[in-house]
Every structure is written in C-alpha cells, then in structure tokens.
Design a protein around this ligand. Structure first.
Ligand code: GLU
Length: 339
C-alpha cells in the first residue's frame, strides 16, 4: 500500500467514526411508547383553551377529542388516545399546498412572490399585507397561503382541486375527503379572506381569479383528517418527502428543506419563535386543533385536541409534542460534541 492510499483509508475511517458519533441513536419501540403514553396521561385532564368559533362549525367539535400519533421513517405507527376521529385540517393544509407549488415551480417561486419571512402580525393580518404591498409575507399566513393556492396550475377549478387533494392523499397514504359542513360554514363567513385575496391580486401576487383562489383555499382547509393521517403526513416530511408507510415519494426530495424552514419560521402563528426555542421542531398548527411537528430523519408527530390558546395553537398538542420530543431527543439542534 502506498502512502497516499494509506492516508485516504485513515481519513475515511476517521470520518466514519465521526459520523457514527454524530448520528442519533435509533429510537426503541419501548422508548417511543413510554413517551407517548406518559404525555397522553399527563395532559388528558387539562382543561385550558377554547375551540375556535370564528368559523361556526368548529365551535361544535368535541373539545375532549385528544389523540397522539407518531410515525418513524421505517413506517412504524405509534399512538395513544383517539386517532380515528377527524377534524378539519385548516392551516396545516398550507404546508402541503406550499410544497405542491415548490414541486411545480421551484422554491424561488414562493420566496420571490409572497416571501418567506415571519410577518410579526396575526395570520390573517391586513396590516401585514399593506406594510409591504403583499411581499415579505410567507405561505403559512392567509395572504401567502391563498396566493400559493392561486399558483397551482390547472385549466379548470376541478383540475386544480383534484391535483391539490391527490397531493395531500399521497402524504396521508389514503383518500381524504372534505368535511362539507365545515367548508360551507367557512365559505359563508370568509369575507376577510376574500378581501385579503383581492389585495394580493391588486398588488400583483395573485395573477388569476382571487375569488376562485379563496374558494379553493377554503376547501383545502376543510379536508378531514385524524391524528394518524397527520402523523403520516409529518413523517413523510421527516423522511425526505417519501411516505414511510406506503413508500410513495409524495414530494420532491430537494424541496423538503425549504418547506421545513418556512414551518420553523412561521408554523405556530405569533408563537412560532417561542415554539422553535422550546422544541427546535418545524411544525404547523391549525385552528381545527391539530399540530404536526417534524424531527428530520427521526419522526413525524401529530396531536389533535381542539381547545386553542390565545395565539390559536392547541394547548394539549403543544404540551404533548414538546414532552414527547424532549423525551426522545427530537430537537435537531441538539448535537453531542464530536470530541
Ligand atoms: N381556514 C382558516 C382561515 O383561513 C385557517 C386558519 C388556521 O387554521 O390558522 O381562517
């Protein structure tokens, strides 16, 4: 063996050893089950928060509904509580429509249109739109989300809608359906979103029909999901865009980091910074009471519990996800020094 081959072998061995030191230990079934069951029990009787009621149908959802599901990249599904009852996906849908637009048109189509920054304002703020004429927003607040929906290509409303729903289905691994009562309830009361869409049209961010964009956006928010569906959708993001249960590549692998970055920046409304500080996890909440969170390469997790705090995030879901992730070392920023 000549000297340079010897040096290469030594370098390879050292790099391999470092990689071994830095790679997180795989999670055992026991550890995961213990963490989920403990969090379920700890917050089951918590009586804080209230259902969203600005969409009338959401006020009627059972506030006691509480389910936790966690999915690992090998496709194992763990759960506690009610993971069968469904709620409307609401703002969690924004993540997947953003991913669809990135897949169709590239991530620059998002950053270059509505932006990828936190607005510092509430999710349906008109002041935030006015401040920068619809730029410097992000696809997880309503103005950016309705704009993202308007960017999905298709000749007819039906074509656009079925593309969006099929895209969500690939993440969930089953055919999802719309909760027609929630759709009708929000469609009858979404004048503010209609106004936001018209402003985004006026400022040139929405190119097509703003009323159609708002209508499709409202329908996407009414897609019905349970905690298991949401956890598989989150785990697909944790697994480089491939659904770990079905094996289907639901989105382009190269766009996953940008999707997670926007979730980290703006996933939990005005409390996104506090959430990231607490957990390090890209996440997204919806006013239906669901939250998804992603520990890249480790797990996707979802909790559904309708009562929300003042920022609009499910009280139990935040507590349960933070506790479980903490127990499983899910924070991607936690790294042991190499030496
Ligand atoms: N459809 C809801 C709205 O536009 C989504 C809100 C949310 O979940 O944050 O108001």
């Amino acid at each position: 063996m000549n000297y340079s081959v010897f040096v290469k072998i030594v370098v390879l061995l050292c790099c391999g050893a470092t990689a071994l030191v830095q790679a997180a230990e795989p999670l055992s079934r026991d550890e995961i089950e213990t963490a989920i069951n403990a969090a379920y029990a700890a917050y089951k009787d918590l009586q804080e928060g209230a259902n969203a009621d600005y969409i009338p149908a959401l006020a009627k959802v059972n506030p006691a509904l509480y389910g936790i599901a966690l999915v690992t990249p090998d496709g194992a599904v763990y759960s506690a509580g009610d993971v069968k009852s469904e709620v409307s996906i609401q703002s969690i849908s924004k993540v997947f429509t953003m991913a669809l637009v990135m897949d169709e048109k590239g991530p620059a189509s998002i950053s270059g249109n509505m932006g990828v920054d936190a607005t510092g304002q509430v999710f349906n703020s008109i002041v935030a739109v006015e401040q920068h004429q619809g730029a410097e927003m992000n696809p997880l607040v309503n103005a950016g989300a309705i704009t993202a929906t308007s960017m999905v290509s298709g000749g007819t409303r039906e074509e656009i809608w079925s593309k969006i729903l099929n895209y969500y289905n690939a993440f969930a691994g089953r055919a999802l359906r719309v909760n027609e009562e929630v759709f009708a309830s929000e469609a009858a009361t979404n004048q503010r979103n209609q106004a936001i869409a018209k402003l985004m049209y006026a400022y040139g961010h929405i190119k097509g029909n703003p009323d159609q964009a708002t209508d499709i956006y409202t329908e996407q928010c009414s897609v019905s999901v349970n905690a298991r569906d949401l956890a598989i959708m989150a785990a697909t993001l944790a697994n480089g865009g491939r659904n770990p249960v079905t094996g289907v590549q639901a989105m382009k692998n190269e766009n996953v980091p940008e999707v997670l970055a926007v979730m980290a920046t703006a996933g939990l409304y005005d409390d996104s910074g506090k959430w990231l500080y607490l957990t390090g996890l890209p996440a997204k909440s919806g006013v239906g009471g669901g939250i998804i969170a992603v520990s890249p390469g480790r797990f996707g997790i979802a909790v559904i519990s309708p009562p929300l705090d003042a920022a609009g995030n499910s009280v139990r879901a935040q507590k349960a996800i933070a506790a479980i992730s903490n127990a499983l070392n899910g924070n991607p920023y936690e790294v042991e020094p190499a030496m």
